[in-house]
Design a binder for this molecule. Structure first.
Ligand code: XUL
Ligand code: CO
Length: 433
């Protein structure tokens, strides 16, 4: 087996004073944070599509990368798998994630595409056993091929719905066989370009039915992982149905799926929806939907989903604070849904992008954990609502509008506003980041 990353040794934790570039300064897998190993908190995963399959194109130009495994044959797919597992070992990441289209060539028929995936699944199984790398999640690419241009589950053509169902079944089978911890559905083309040709009611019904089939199949095969929907407001569709956490919650309630499906929340998608990453995480946690995260960042000037590696510790600390408040990951993890820039041509660039991002996340996690352990913020939050802990005030919630009104008049209420103390809390926050 020839090496793609030849000369790059396994990256190790060397501490903040490390001299070279190929070292972790903050990510120390065995360090205990809030009673748990850092590796088990963060549960890092490499995204196959960005790191192994993406050719470096943009809307104005094609491929810039020249990977020896590029090409549509099974030989090339096997070569790509060799490079992938070499990379996972160098980084020491516990997990990876993939779409079917990232790992196998498209066949001439549906059966051939599924057969190709099957063969690669066997190969992954061997490699995972040899290396100990695990699968965080698998998913189906239901957005790149032209057959999906008008959607997959929401396509007006029933044949596309059926084709997508067969594809998802194949990907769920592969994920199950590899012991995947989750199965993800991101509806990149489940949305519309123009209302002039779109039947919103029908498309929602079909999307709900499709997701129900996925959930039923999970139980049928005994897949123990979580089914995760990944919200995003637009790109590639002008409007995507799984807009944000709140919208997906409404969708799940509408189809009675809220107990069956959780969310994979991506930093850049939150920003595109006009939210912060931490807003989406906190809301998902409060709705009982928090599952996993896709870690990346957008460029704040361009307004596109640029999928860059995270480089901002204070921002990521906000995110991990919400992850920790939610109790941390169970089946989920931190998947780097991030790609290097198209000018970053060298094998070293791929490795260093992950090394830097893993260090950023480790610093963010440690800051968030220290803040949570300090307790000042949570104590202030609790104190702000303390009035509600008194039994007479709990009775307000159990009462009706007229009785509450009478009580307010009888007691001659004249509430006095109290400070929200935002700047004071921001100062506490800044002591830790
Ligand atoms: C696209 C995106 C996808 C999903 C998986 O913006 O985030 O890569 O994570 O299909
Ligand atoms: Co994503």
């Amino acid at each position: 087996m020839s090496s793609y990353f030849h000369g790059i040794q396994k990256i190790r934790y060397e501490g903040a004073q490390a001299a070279g570039d190929f070292a972790f300064r903050h990510y120390n897998p065995d360090e205990i944070v809030m009673g748990k190993r850092m590796e088990d908190h963060l549960r890092f995963a490499v995204a196959y599509w960005h790191s192994l399959a993406w050719p470096g194109g943009d809307p104005f130009g094609g491929q810039t990368f020249e990977r020896p495994w590029f090409g549509d044959t099974m030989d090339k797919a096997r070569q790509k798998a060799d490079a992938a597992f070499e990379m996972f070992a160098i980084l020491g990441v516990p997990f990876f994630c993939f779409h079917d289209a990232d790992v196998r060539p498209e066949g001439a028929t549906l059966a051939e595409s599924l057969g190709n995936l099957d063969e690669i699944t066997d190969l992954f199984g061997q490699k995972m056993e040899e290396t100990g790398t695990r699968l965080l999640w698998g998913t189906a690419n239901l957005f790149s091929h032209r057959r999906y241009m008008s959607g997959a589950a929401t396509n007006p053509d029933p044949d596309v719905f059926a084709y997508a169902a067969a594809t998802v079944k194949g990907c769920m089978d592969a994920t199950h066989r590899l012991g995947g911890q989750n199965y993800v559905l991101w509806g990149g083309r489940e949305g519309y370009e123009t209302l002039l040709n779109t039947d919103l009611t029908r498309e929602a019904d079909h999307a709900g039915r499709f997701l129900r089939m996925v959930v039923d199949y999970k139980h049928k095969i005994g897949f123990k992982g979580a089914i995760l929907v990944e919200p995003k407001p637009q790109e590639p569709s002008k409007h995507q149905y799984d807009y944000d956490v709140a919208t997906v919650y409404g969708f799940l309630r509408r189809f009675g799926l809220e107990g069956e499906v959780k969310l994979n929340i991506e930093a850049g998608h939150a920003i595109l929806a006009g939210h912060s990453f931490e807003h989406e995480l906190a809301l998902a946690a409060s709705l009982g939907l928090f599952g996993s995260i896709d870690m990346n960042r957008n460029d704040y000037q361009s307004g596109w989903d640029t999928d860059q590696f995270p480089d901002n510790v204070p921002e990521m600390a906000r995110a991990y604070y919400e992850v920790l408040r939610a109790g941390g990951f169970t089946t989920g993890g931190t998947n780097f849904d991030a790609k290097i820039r198209r000018q970053s041509l060298d094998p070293e660039d791929l490795i260093l992008a992950h090394v830097g991002a893993m260090d950023v996340c480790a610093r963010a996690l440690k800051a968030a954990a220290a803040l949570l352990e300090d307790g000042a913020l949570e104590a202030a939050r609790k104190a702000r609502y303390a009035g509600w802990d008194r039994p007479e005030n709990q009775r307000i919630l159990a009462s009706d509008l007229a009785s509450v009104a009478k009580g307010a008049l009888d007691r001659g209420l004249n509430p006095r506003p109290r400070s929200g103390r935002q700047e004071r809390l921001e100062n506490i926050w800044n002591k830790f980041v």
